[in-house]
Design a protein around this ligand. Sequence first.
Ligand code: IPE
Ligand code: IPE
Ligand code: MG
Length: 239
Amino acid sequence: MSHSAVDLSAVPAHVACVMDGNGRWAAQRGLPRTAGHEAGLDALFGAVDGALEIGVQWLTVYAFSTENWRRPREEVRFLLDFNRLNLAARRHEMHQRGVRLRFIGGRDRRLPRRLLAEMDTASELTAANRRLTLTVAFNYGGRAELTEAVRKIVASGAPPGDISEATIRANLATPDMPDPDVLIRTSGEYRLSNFLLWQVAYSEMVFLDVLWPDFSREHLFEAVAEYRRRERRFGGLDQ
Ligand code: IPE
Ligand code: IPE
Ligand code: MG
């Protein structure tokens, strides 16, 4: 599908992606899983291009979950190093394109200090950009995010009767972020795997049968088109 086939008046403000299927993509080619992660990064930049092209303002991607520490040590180490190096290599390009980079997830001791430093450098460099906010969920889990919100609320001493949904939202990692309009998961798995549990309450779910390294801007446009079709039904309008 070409860009011209996307109705720009109905572009979702926020698209979230569970970038899944890197390992299977590599296995299909007889390559190590790490080659799948490398190819997956190119796909992410394709998704960013597509989002910029049609005017999506928020793109949130799941890069490493709180459960992904269960993977073999070498794969985890690869992901930590690979993400650090690519952040350093690509942050200027992102900045030039008007992308604000943000990171959500636990900043615990398992994350190398050098990776945290790269995340901070990229966030600071791009903080004033508003064309597209690319939020990278790294060492992220929806339950961990909600647990952290509860801790903060309890620590604030708020009386229970004063705690509303707004209080919880205000204590999430990114209180200013609108909820995703669309959540895309690739690789043919139909689950959330602990991604954005609070925020996806009313998101349209789009499950694509493509492995993440094969994801291109056309798949993004396809997901946007699917979102539009569902919006129309939801509103009860004639097609
Ligand atoms: C997603 O691809 C990337 C991460 C979770 C880091 P996977 O690595 O989960 O690939 P599959 O699901 O094993 O194919
Ligand atoms: C979800 O994918 C996490 C990321 C894409 C970073 P997983 O591959 O880890 O999820 P499961 O294990 O299939 O649920
Ligand atoms: Mg997976």
